[in-house]
Design a binder for this molecule. Structure first.
Ligand code: ZN
Ligand code: ZN
Ligand code: FE
Length: 756
């Protein structure tokens, strides 16, 4: 007796070889019926005997193609239809677009084998791909994901490619970016003026130029990279100078895992991350002796490393480089270049050569960055390879668009029970980045077909994103407090509901009392929050200038601890700082001129880094705090702290800690020891605060978020101590701890507000 089942499969199931996989599986199980793409995913009907059906239904989720991500399978039994065969039907059309688009994915092993096989017709073809690999999100303009809606539209397939494309049993069946030497995109090398240089092989020529220390702008998958030989210090220095990037570490690309292990120490999880299909940059500890140029990551114990992820990278790295610097093709914090003309113009002053191609990048996407902490991968910059995979919410919510914060901007759009966090936009401080935000919003709205009902922005009145929200009249708007968004983003990632303690430690977030927050404990749910604990406020003399110049914060904490006389009494310790400038700061503090008050934990790190002589000025965000963490010497000692109750809140005193650190510094205790004791103090103080607040408010869960949790010591030890104290702890993993998570938190708060 034949039975018939209809399966509706949702998830990332289009453009990933799902239909041919189902086709082949059905043939193996000797079932009849069909498979088709639908607006919601994939529909399958299978008919046959019970045992074959059983095998089919079991194997389907277990052996799905590598890029597929099945979220849900709905199965219903129907009366037999007596199908005579199994076939792949053309797409079923409908109203709603709910299908998920795959992110861009590294070249698969099958394609790599062909790439380096002299007998293959795609030998050394820099755009080889198949249904299991290649570009996706960055070349798609609209859905359904079909070639005419991608930047491959202008390339007409040759007969050979077309045959593969239409053969359900071929591994390039419906591989939209399919192409070859005869019909697909091509690569060429130019000088800085865009004149094509005559070469036998442009990639070989580019590699030879790199060998001589030249800087080559390489068009990649989600944008341009600036490449330089990572072992040539002078060349790396020149790149830094031209790019206007003083000290922030530069990412490197190595040909293989074995190569990476020559410069860096890898654990199991790092190896897995480096080789996963998303191919992110992974932050890994340097080996003490390595041949990478010091200028790649000066005063930093770590490298950001990635493996090749496009055929072009594989070809470039097949030359004997130890490693190539592959840093974003931009000037400082602007968006990375994606168009050939734009790149020649913007990167002309930086690069010596351009390795260009003619497959357009429709949406830029930077390399993602992760690091392993407590054996779990943690996103630092979530972009290429991960976007547009959504965060799955516990239940469907109203469609909401959230614009995020300012630094490390992202946007978030909800649809049903999914929250789509867009790719890394950069710091929303200039018009270029703002334009990129607008493109990303338009693109996501188009491919998801969502009409949001609410626009959410940060409470900060001066953020560009706030201005955007306030100057449009399409949607009603809602302002969400920065740290509330931080906490809710982590709740969303872990599927939590209800009230919990939120420990939000970061640099800057606008508070509802108009001061600058950043060392906060909230009692929060998805609708509202109460500020139940925080670091006592100190002035930030010069406002934003105090972020760039940590010594200003040292002056502020010292003044709070000892009064202004301290600078008369101990001139030896402060001789690095200009007495005239100290006087100006003291006046600003005293007269409360341009000195917003702050509870920021990030500023406390800054002030201490400056006091112990690590860094008075920073060249990139968070640098002082990073260097304070990296010099840390393990110790069990810590400073005394004060955590006092006032009106049902806990106030923690940075001044009490700073006083003791000053005494240590005066008596010559090394910076590393001070750092160790300071870190231990924060762990003890925040643990005690959370335990006490947990009891006061009857809450047993602690949610950690904020840029300070990129500090590995703090994250590991706070999590452990809070757990040891009997609290349930949730930390950021799939979505960064830094401000890239703000849009997700905003969207969830916004959606909850529409329900409430
Ligand atoms: Zn492939
Ligand atoms: Zn072809
Ligand atoms: Fe923040």
């Amino acid at each position: 007796m034949a039975k018939r089942f209809r399966l509706n499969i949702q998830g990332i199931v289009q453009g990933v070889g799902f239909r041919p996989f189902v086709y082949q599986l059905a043939h193996r199980c000797r079932l009849n019926g069909y498979v088709a793409n639908t607006p919601k995913g994939v529909a399958v009907e299978v008919e046959g005997d019970q045992e074959s059906l059983y095998h089919f239904l079991k194997a389907l989720p277990e052996s799905a193609p590598p890029l597929a991500n099945i979220i849900q399978i709905d199965t219903e039994e129907l009366p037999a239809a007596e199908y005579g065969s199994f076939e792949i039907r053309s797409s079923e059309v409908g109203e709603e677009r709910a299908t998920l688009i795959s992110p861009d994915t590294e070249t698969c092993a099958d394609c790599l084998a062909e790439l380096f096989d002299p007998k293959d017709r795609r030998y050394r073809y820099p755009f080889i791909n198949c249904t299991n690999c290649g570009p996706r999100y960055t070349i798609i303009d609209d859905i359904p994901y079909d070639r005419p809606k991608t930047s491959m539209a202008s390339f007409v397939m040759c007969d050979d490619c077309s045959r593969e494309y239409h053969d359900p049993l071929d591994r390039r069946f419906h591989a939209q970016p399919n192409g070859c030497w005869a019909c697909g995109p091509r690569v060429w090398l130019t000088d800085v003026s865009g004149n094509e240089l005559r070469t036998d092989d442009p990639i070989v020529a580019a590699a030879e130029h790199l060998k001589t220390g030249a800087i080559v702008a390489v068009k990649g998958l989600g944008g341009f990279h600036l490449a330089v030989d990572a072992t040539q210090n002078e060349a790396v220095k020149r790149l830094r100078r031209r790019k206007g990037r003083e000290e922030k570490p530069l990412a490197i690309m190595c040909s293989s895992l074995e190569q990476v292990e020559r410069y860096a120490l890898l654990g199991e999880e790092e190896r897995r991350l480096l080789t996963c299909p998303q191919r992110p940059i992974v932050i890994v500890p340097k080996r003490e002796r390595n041949e990478i140029a010091p200028e790649v990551a000066p005063r930093n114990g770590y490298f950001g490393v990635m493996l090749p992820y496009t055929p072009l990278h594989h070809l470039l790295l097949s030359h004997p480089f130890s490693a190539l610097v592959m840093t974003s093709g931009n000037i400082s914090e602007e968006p990375i270049a994606i168009d050939n003309e734009e790149a020649l113009q913007r990167l002309g002053p930086i690069a010596d050569y351009f390795l260009l191609h003619d497959r357009d990048i429709l949406l830029r996407s930077d390399d993602s960055i992760l690091r392993v902490v407590s054996d779990r991968p943690r996103q630092i910059r979530r972009s290429r390879g991960y976007v547009p995979v959504p965060v799955f919410l516990r239940k469907p919510v109203a469609p909401v668009l959230a614009l995020g914060g300012e630094l490390k901007g992202t946007i978030c759009l909800t649809k049903g029970s999914r929250a789509f966090v867009g790719q890394h936009l950069g710091d929303l401080e200039n018009l270029e980045t703002l334009e990129f935000l607008e493109q990303t919003v338009a693109h996501l709205r188009r491919i998801l077909e969502v009409q949001p009902r609410l626009l959410v922005h940060d409470l900060h009145p001066d953020y560009l994103t706030t201005q955007v929200a306030k100057t449009q009249d399409e949607l009603p708007i809602l302002a969400v407090q920065h740290h509330h968004a931080h906490v809710v983003s982590v709740m969303a990632e872990h599927g939590l509901e209800g009230r919990a303690l939120g420990l939000a430690l970061d640099g800057t977030g606008y508070g509802d009392d108009h001061s600058i927050w950043g060392g906060e404990i909230l009692a929060a749910d998805q609708i509202s929050y109460e500020r139940v604990g925080y670091l006592d406020n100190v002035p930030m003399p010069g406002g934003a200038a105090a972020i760039k110049e940590p010594w200003r914060m040292a002056v502020s904490y010292l003044t709070a601890a000892f009064g202004a006389e301290i600078f008369e009494r101990n001139q030896v310790l402060f001789q690095r700082w200009d007495p005239e400038r100290i006087r100006v700061l003291l006046q600003m503090i005293e007269r409360k001129v341009n000195s917003p008050s702050t509870s920021s934990c990030g500023r406390l790190f800054d002030g201490i880094a400056a006091l112990v002589g690590l860094r008075d000025r920073i060249a990139y965000e968070g640098q002082a705090a990073i260097e304070l963490e990296q010099c840390l010497e393990p110790t069990n000692e810590r400073y005394e702290y004060e955590c006092r109750e006032a009106d049902g809140r806990l106030l923690m005193s940075p001044t009490v800690i700073f006083t003791q650190i000053y005494k240590d510094a005066v008596s010559g205790v090394p910076a590393g020891v001070i750092s160790g004791k300071f870190h231990q103090t924060l762990v003890a103080m925040f643990t005690e605060a959370c335990v006490r607040l947990g009891q006061m408010y009857g809450l047993g869960r602690v949610i950690c978020s904020g840029g300070v949790f990129q500090n590995v010591f703090l994250l590991e030890n706070l999590e452990r101590q809070l757990q040891a104290a009997g609290l349930e702890v949730y930390t950021p993993q799939a979505i960064p701890a830094n401000d890239a998570c703000i849009s997700l938190g905003q969207a969830v708060v916004g959606a909850a507000s529409l329900e409430g």
